[in-house]
Write a protein that binds this ligand. Structure first.
Ligand code: ZN
Length: 174
């Protein structure tokens, strides 16, 4: 084998090693930081966001989207009220954004498959419950609605993400 060819192979191998080594090294500082600080480690969910459920729910972008969804739910109209909701995404820089779901029905809503931004992830979801009314949950027809997330809401939520319900009393996280 010629020296030139050997040199080329050697450089190629070094490049390969660098490529496989660098992502691991780049990811290292966050891991060390989280492991070294129990408070930070405790905030990191299954999907590795460093935001708490409260921080996500109180983010201005998320709050505005939830309020818009509530207004779109026509809660005050007994015949057209329906559920609205959306995915909450976190991008690679930690910024939150919202993708609304297609409108739901009177007491249910289906989430489409999430499409988080490149390098980002799903950190939460929200939907409205326009039927519950204070003080006892009864609507105009005397039907009683449960306040807060239903069992199926809890079961449907992706583990490690935050769920937010908006109703007439405010918002609840689950
Ligand atoms: Zn629900």
């Amino acid at each position: 084998m010629k020296v030139k060819t050997r040199l080329f192979i050697a450089i190629f191998c070094v490049l390969l090693a660098c490529l496989s080594w660098s992502p691991a090294v780049l990811a290292l500082p966050a891991t060390i930081e989280a492991a070294g600080d129990p408070a930070i480690a405790g905030q990191i969910g299954a999907l590795a966001t460093n935001k708490t459920p409260e921080e996500i729910a109180n983010d201005p972008v998320v709050k505005a989207a939830i309020q818009a969804a509530w207004e779109d739910s026509s809660a005050d109209n007994a015949t057209t009220r329906h559920e609205e909701g959306g995915w909450i995404y976190e991008d690679a820089d930690g910024n939150l954004s919202v993708q609304r779901w297609p409108s739901g029905n009177r007491s249910s809503i289906d989430a489409p498959p999430p499409t988080p931004p490149p390098g980002g992830q799903v950190v939460g979801e929200f939907h409205t419950h326009p039927n519950w009314q204070p003080p006892d949950g009864k609507d105009e027809d005397g039907k009683t609605w449960k306040q807060g997330p239903s069992d199926s809401d809890k079961n449907a939520k992706t583990p490690g993400t935050v769920g937010i319900i908006k109703d007439r009393s405010g918002t609840q996280t689950y």
